[in-house]
Design a protein around this ligand. Sequence first.
Ligand code: PGA
Length: 239
Amino acid sequence: MRVFIDTPEKIAEMAAQKYVDLLRRKPNAILGGATGSTPLGLYAQLAKLCSEGKVSFKDATSFNLDEYVGLDGTHDQSYRYFMNENLFKHIDIPIERTFVPSGIDTDPATAAAYDEAIKAAGGIDMQLLGIGNNGHIGFNEPGTPFGSITHMVELTESTRTANARFFNSIDEVPTHAVTMGIKTVMNARSIILMAIGKAKAEIIKATIQGEVTPQVPASVLQLHPDVDVFLDYEAAALL
Ligand code: PGA
């Protein structure tokens, strides 16, 4: 793992540069997208670079990590809505080549078909990840088998509490989600992990310097050959 530590603004720029380099080399790259507060600075940077003509997504495809069960794409807390509002509307990617798992059709066969669609597209070239306070990547909560593919999960209390800030109350936070599995993520050719803020410091230490264990799902990234980790000073404080 290559670890870069700087301000939130600077790590957003460094991560954005990875997209510029990839899309210059491979304009039709397959991108893996993430939601949450962490990628917002990166997405703003990508929108800026795209509007300045410094990067183009017109031949790219994207597959997002996860979606809440029960929320359709028009719900303002769905991850489809998040991606449209925070990225897709502001860059030149054709919306029909942006994919988010369905939170409505939770048939296991539909979830597994997401992995097949990724494979059919050629596999993910670069997967972006945030990290949960409990080490989840996507919504792969602690204990998720490393061999998992896209599947439905029950969210932990820790995750629901962390995400309650976006809803009127914790009761409104969905109890389940559909997420790419750990294996789906590990199949990506390269991975960018981003973390910002002191609430992430402990789990970042466990992820990078701790034992590789399903109890810390992100620790599996130690086994991937091409991972860039972008941390702000607070998230890196315990390294
Ligand atoms: P955050 O979420 O970026 O809002 O901290 C990250 C995650 O839960 O994966």
